[in-house]
Design a protein around this ligand. Sequence first.
Ligand code: F6P
Length: 543
Amino acid sequence: MAAQTEQLGDRPAWKALQAHAQQIHSKHLRELFAQDAARGKRLTVEAAGLFLDYSKNRITDETLKLLIELATQSGLRDKIDAMFRGDKINITENRAVLHVALRAPKDEKILVDGVDVVPEVHAVLDKMAAFADRVRNGDWKGHTGKPIRNIVNIGIGGSDLGPVMAYEALKLYSQRNLTFRFVSNVDGTDFAEAVRDLDAEETLFLVASKTFTTLETMTNAHTARAWTLKRLGDEKAVAKHFVAISTNAKEVAKFGIDTENMFGFWDWVGGRYSMDSAIGLSTMIAIGPNNFREMLAGFHEIDVHFRTTPFEKNLPVLLGLLTVWYSDFFDAQTQAILPYEQYLKRFPAYLQQLTMESNGKHVTLEGIKVSYDTSPIYWGEPGTNGQHSFYQLIHQGTRLIPCDFIGFYKTLNPLGNHHDLLMANVFAQAEALAFGKTAEQVKAEGTPDWLVPHRVFEGNRPSNTILADTLTPGLLGKLIALYEHSVFTQGAIWNIDSFDQWGVELGKVLAQKIVPELESTDEPKLAHDSSTNNLIRLYRKNK
Ligand code: F6P
């Protein structure tokens, strides 16, 4: 596959896009819409219950053609097939990348090292469902015989962000007599606040960690153990109040959790791709096994779409290619995710790990330093709150910020005309960003000349609008899979390993070295730079 070792900048489509971008830079969306009355309908795709309007992007048919050629020349099709086949495409860790197997139906067969992993996936799902049902109906009793009322998930990164996001997103479907809390930060405040009003007799801790060695999670888990034992006074209580979610049975046993109470997953599930594995146990307890399975079916529908649909109609491919377009040909540094759905308030934070831990890479698969930008910075807040905060910069600042608007035809909480007001804002924002307001229009409103420049909106600011019927578990699965595969598409073009995360290692190692320096009673010999030495001394003196 010559395309994969070739430098991205040498690909014919890349060169053609560079030349083409020069022409597009000077074109305004007003012009593109004026030239083509059908554009707003034509540049849309609907699949698997998701409607994407990408007409308000700074593209022409030629741009799309070239981007799709770039995908082809980058071997995207082969790379997709390799992932679904279970090839070890996470080359720096020599691992398959098979989050798609987590939502594969029972009759599918996916081999890793010659073993079909689908039966194992379903066995864990069944074990989770049996456990979730026992907790939900009060059959799982705590050490003193009381039913569990509080579930505290302890995890960080992929073992926290997905569960928190999904719990918030699907709160309407959750069993309301259960309380859910999420502890992630090693800052003791996180734990202290999460448990301050909880009764240990009714509290179950889910210790979620792929490796079961992560400093934050293990520290919080030990604190949770001590908190429980102090209140229940018996080591045996651990069996009723702690379960583990991990790939590392040895460490789970070492911690003192019976591996009977462990829900497993596999090294071919990346942390940021794990919310639909056993890591989703809190989600399943909250919404019930049937809703969880509906969510998995939603993921799967987009998996099939991604795998089988031609690129020009393929939602994740289009989204991914547009991100490459703005990152590498418009120098866009960031991408805003703007869900107009309160339940999706943690969705942007979830996507930050998914996108930036995956594609924040500086070398190619061959280890060569890239000569182009990789992942943009993802950020965002739910609408309409963001409008009264940072939208000023998106509309009139000096930076180009592509935006993804996400909205629903139907609200889960009909209240007067709230939903029409909400959705009017989605459409208005995308319209204002694209078309702006000219000096002539501002003047025609009687604005004094000196004020005109301040009130001009240049427009030509790109956005996607993603619409769906209503936020259900299945729809959430679709939305997540859409972005997972958009990230995959971007990584395939950039020829990087989207599935490792070496970039988080250095800080972790240095912190381990500094801990004893902060805690020792003797003055430690500090061998850091002068700034770090000074900060450590200051902390030691004042702590
Ligand atoms: O931040 C690095 C990382 O390894 C993430 O990829 C992962 O989601 C997180 O730490 C938590 O890891 P674990 O589930 O092993 O505790």
